[in-house]
Design a binder for this molecule. Structure first.
Ligand code: SF4
Ligand code: ZN
Length: 735
């Protein structure tokens, strides 16, 4: 490592550790050693310290030993006569920097609780988001694992102008990267520049304004560390695995903009520990030989119009940017954009007008590949802020095409349309809703571009299953009504297909091993009556996915001989689990939460837990942040059982699964459900009623407690007794 960089980084580390020491002493005098400290809503304490050292900082006093450790890690300042190598001491100094920064930031949370917004978006009062809580981690971290986001760029400082900031940010978004923004240069921060340039920032657009000081850089490293802990199932304290996980899987880099101070150097060198190189716009010394990072450590003096390309090259990031022939930018980073009232030129669906989406197969001679027709008025024919009805009809043809693929293709419409910058989409089928922004309209976006982007992207990802695709976009009221009528019949037929299937009458189940990339022993077995834990895969989807991609994550499992019909155990499933979990598990039960339940990965939609006092189970969805009667919040539950293990008494599961007939059927099924968050209960209202009717307890819905009744077993038990909840009459759940 360059001597100049090493000396600057070590100087910077001394300053930051010194600052942490001073802040800590003052805080100890003021609040005392027993004062609780930490980042909001997380099960990972101060995550860099917890991940790297395995040390939990819960109280002010717990930070003492960490500062001790910083002092031993800090090498003496570099003197002229010192010879190489500087690498190891400088890396240690960088690590001490992050420990110290976490303490500084934790004390800030204590002293100024409103300094950060504590949510995904900027607010009226502040644009700084602070540390991501575990909900954000689950939702966003999984994208680092499934490839929707390859990693992040940590931008420190500010660009020479808001316009350059806007361009760099958009280029990073188009590469699907998250942009973490920290610190200021010349009194300006990159995040502030983006706002000035009219760019929407916050987690949903992947432009994350962590904080105005360099110390908030530690939120980026904390995020990366938690990705390894939660999705990589790495044990806290196993720092080697955490660092290697990040180097190999999270494609990230540091991008300082402006004069690089000693403190910035300390952070940049610290990030090298995680395998994240630095790409600078100023002429700082370069470190080109490769060692810890996949490629060079520090590359400098890169002009702004080339900096993103250079960063991707240095970090070894390969993105395939599909050519999508539309006049606006396109990619998953634009999926989270919102378009508010006053910002849209045209609105379709969402109760303002009819909207419907349908993918349907046709004969080969009926489809002209790439043809896009707009039947009715276009965007130019309406006044600003106006509405149109819309029917998106995608017609596909192919020798290999099957009817089962239609819903799979149809499901893509939502996110693909959302990927277009300035175009917002929500819902599906006949409850779809779209907005096209004023800016997109100015750039020349027309209704027909919806068809062009669907043609390009569906061909790219699903070209295997069809040969030709054309899109008809109806905006004429009568025609939209006609499509709507036709579609409703098709939706009903599709629903009946999966609803009518049972596990007993099906010989083949499917696996999903997608989550093994972060929970290495996790195996989802998906049957007609059990969807995947994440809620995105049902049996039909897996079947189609296997046919589309025979070597992919969804493989058929012959269930063979039934070992236990009540618990849901089959010879073929056991064999598959043994192989797919690499011998760590030789069976699990598909129908029980109590007896050897299935494994849980970190991305489950809900976690269910046994409540012994109430003789029942509860379940909680990811969006519910409050306490639950099992004594743990969702984040803690998912963090505890989500590493790909089987934990009797707990299961991760999909929302849809709750009302499927086999849901914990060995333990009494849905009749065991005694508590759910109100929001989840409401979401499932109709399905709970239907299923409860089948079970002969038509008013079950009203007997299930929620947070308005109580959040402990003691609080909800009297309610269950008063309502006569069926679980209380069942045999002991832990019998
Ligand atoms: Fe697949 Fe299960 Fe992960 Fe969903 S939770 S992606 S079904 S392994
Ligand atoms: Zn998962």
């Amino acid at each position: 490592m360059s001597k100049i960089i090493a000396s600057a980084a070590i100087r910077g580390a001394h300053k930051i550790v010194g600052q942490a020491n001073q802040k800590w002493r003052e805080a100890m005098d003021k609040w005392g050693a027993n004062q609780p400290i930490g980042f909001p809503d997380t099960a990972y304490y101060l995550p860099v310290i917890y991940g790297i050292m395995g040390h939990k900082v819960e109280k002010l006093g717990d930070a003492g030993p960490v500062l001790e450790r910083c002092r031993t890690l800090l090498p003496p300042p570099v003197r002229e006569e010192h010879a190489l190598p500087y690498l190891a001491p400088a890396l240690d100094a960088g690590m001490a920097t992050f420990f110290a920064e976490e303490i500084i930031e934790a004390i800030r949370y204590l002293e100024q609780p409103d300094f950060y917004t504590g949510q995904e978006d900027v607010t009226e009062s502040t644009i700084w988001l602070g540390a991501a809580d575990d909900i954000i981690l689950r939702k966003r971290g999984v994208e680092f694992v499934d490839g929707t986001a390859p990693g992040f760029a940590a931008i420190v400082g500010a660009a020479p102008s808001p316009e350059i900031a806007r361009k760099v940010a958009q280029e990073l978004q188009e590469k699907n990267l998250y942009v973490f923004m920290v610190g200021r240069y010349n009194g300006r921060g990159f995040a502030e520049q983006l706002l000035e340039a009219g760019v929407q920032i916050g987690w949903p657009t992947r432009l994350v304004s962590f904080g105005p000081d360099i110390t908030s850089a530690v939120f980026a490293l904390g995020f990366a560390t938690r990705v390894a802990l939660s999705f990589g199932a790495v044990e806290p304290g196993d720092f080697r695995k955490i660092l290697i996980y990040n180097k190999d899987r999270v494609f990230s880099f540091v991008m300082p903009m402006g004069y690089v101070t000693d403190e910035w150097y300390a952070n940049a060198v610290g990030a090298v520990n995680w395998g994240f190189p630095t790409i600078a716009d100023t002429p700082i010394p370069e470190i080109l030989p490769t060692g810890i990072c996949t490629y060079e450590h520090v590359v400098s003096n890169i002009p702004h119009d080339n900096i993103v390309a250079k960063a991707s090259e240095v970090r070894g990031l390969k993105t395939s940017i599909a050519e999508v022939p539309i006049p606006v930018a396109f990619g998953p980073a634009f999926e989270g954009e919102r378009i508010r009232k006053g910002e849209f030129y045209l609105e379709m669906g969402g109760n303002r007008s009819a909207m419907v989406e349908l993918v349907t197969s046709r004969r080969m001679d009926e489809v002209e590949d790439g043809k896009v027709e707009v039947i009715g008025p276009d965007i130019d024919d309406v006044e600003p802020g106006g509405t149109l009805p819309l029917a998106i009809v995608v017609e596909v043809a192919g020798r290999e095409l099957q009817e089962d693929y239609e819903p799979i293709l149809e499901r893509q419409i939502h996110h693909l349309v959302n990927y277009a910058q300035g175009v917002w989409h929500s819902g599906q089928r006949d409850i779809a809703w779209m907005r096209i922004s004023n800016t997109a309209k100015e750039k020349g976006f027309k209704i027909g571009h919806i068809g062009s982007l669907l043609h390009a992207k569906l061909h790219q990802s699903f070209g295997r299953i069809f040969d030709k695709l054309q899109v008809k976009l109806y905006t004429d009221e009568d025609q939209v009504r006609q499509v709507l009528g036709r579609s409703k019949a098709i939706y009903a037929a599709r629903d009946a297909r999966i609803e009518g299937m049972t596990d007993e009458t099906t010989d083949t189940y499917y696996s999903c091993l997608l989550c093994q990339s972060f929970a290495p022993n996790h195996v989802c077995v998906i049957t007609p009556e059990k969807t995947g834990l994440c809620g995105s895969y049902n049996w039909m989807d897996c079947k189609a996915s296997f046919e589309i991609n025979p070597t992919g994550p969804n493989q058929p499992i012959e269930k063979r001989e039934t070992i236990d019909p009540k618990l849901g155990i089959w010879r073929g499933v056991n064999d598959f689990i043994y192989k797919a979990s690499r011998g760590s598990l030789d069976h699990y039960c598909m129908y029980s939460i109590v007896n050897d339940p299935w494994t849980t990965c970190g991305c489950c939609e809900c976690v269910a837990a046994v409540l012994p006092l109430c003789n029942g189970v509860m379940t909680v969805n990811r969006d519910f942040t409050g306490m639950t009667p099992c004594g743990m919040k969702f984040t803690t539950l998912a963090g505890t059982i989500g590493g790909g293990i089987s934990t009797p008494g707990f299961i991760g599961h999909g929302k849809y699964n709750i009302c499927q007939r086999k849901f914990i059927s060995a333990d009494g099924g849905l009749l065991r459900m005694v508590w759910m968050p109100k929001m989840l209960k409401e979401e499932l209202r109709e399905r709970i009623r239907t299923r409860a009717d089948e079970l002969g307890v038509p008013d079950l819905f009203d007997k299930i407690a929620d947070e308005t009744v109580g959040c402990t077993e003691e609080e909800i038990l009297p309610f269950l007794q008063e309502k006569g909840h069926p679980a209380l009459e069942m045999e002991p759940i832990l019998g």
